[in-house]
Design a protein around this ligand. Structure first.
Ligand SMILES: CC(C)(COP(=O)(O)OP(=O)(O)OC[C@H]1O[C@@H](n2cnc3c(N)ncnc32)[C@H](O)[C@@H]1OP(=O)(O)O)[C@@H](O)C(=O)NCCC(=O)NCCS
Length: 221
């Protein structure tokens, strides 16, 4: 599903279950050795997806260990992102020479638990969710907003080292095109042609009981 919203420079792989007996590097196994079985499974399957995607890039298999604040450490000159939720695991990777920032997220397509929307949205995003829900009540727009914000975080942190809070990005959505943009409301350390990069754009999709979103910022040229 994730590949439907990624550009061709990005390789991806996904899985709707946890295949048995996935080969795993012992250093990865150690990372989750004290975790519950479901966490060990999602960790292993997502890395299996990541290695399949890396092979499409021509990158040999390597252990994918967590780095600072949980972001995976990718091989040199590779950017990537991992997501997992109930019933879905996915990874996306690209050559850093072609893609500057990459983030993906998947969520169950169901309403957020009570009270969560209020804690993750700006006042104008609350209005956005209300208006989108009135126009298309079949989509759980609160969950879409959450998924978009997680995608912003997962593309922004590896590129900047900044840990965004939910109020640090303002989301707008084009429901017909299934695109979105995020204005970053804190000072950006990233520059493009001498100007700060403070708007990210991406794509999203709701279907098959899931919401998925992706941001892939391509390098010019
Ligand atoms: C890190 C976070 C974004 C992960 O999202 P999630 O929906 O909970 O979980 P997902 O399954 O989709 O993603 C988990 C994967 O994200 C990756 N990840 C974790 N921390 C990360 C980071 N700092 N940067 C990039 N990727 C990260 C990891 O690969 C992780 O899987 P793994 O531990 O098996 O390797 C989330 O837990 C979080 O901390 N959110 C709060 C911050 C936030 O979203 N702010 C909004 C800013 S607008």
């Amino acid at each position: 599903m994730i590949e439907r919203i990624l550009p061709s420079a990005v390789m991806s792989s996904d899985s709707y279950g946890d295949p048995p007996r996935i080969p795993q590097d012992p250093r990865e196994t150690l990372v989750v050795s004290r975790a519950v079985a479901s966490r060990r499974r999602e960790f292993a399957t997502a890395r299996w997806c990541a290695r399949r995607a890396l092979s499409e890039l021509g990158v040999p298999p390597v252990p994918l260990l967590p780095g600072p604040h949980g972001a995976p450490r990718w091989p040199d000159a590779v950017v990537g992102s991992i997501t997992h939720c109930a019933g879905y695991r996915a990874a996306a990777v690209a050559h850093a020479a072609r893609v500057r920032m990459l983030g993906i997220d998947a969520e169950p397509h169901a309403p957020l638990p009570r009270g969560v929307l209020e804690s993750i949205c700006l006042p104008e995003e609350r209005i956005l969710v209300r208006d989108l829900t009135a126009a298309d009540p079949d989509v759980h727009w609160d969950r879409v907003l959450f998924c978009l914000k997680e995608t912003v975080y997962k593309s922004w942190y590896p590129a900047t080292g900044q840990r965004l809070e939910f109020e640090d990005a303002r989301i707008s959505v084009d429901p017909a095109a299934r695109t979105f943009s995020a204005r970053i409301l804190v000072a950006s350390p990233l520059r493009q042609d001498g100007r700060p990069v403070n708007v990210l754009t991406g794509r999203w999709l709701a279907g098959d009981g899931l919401v998925v979103a992706a941001i892939a910022v391509l390098r010019a040229g």
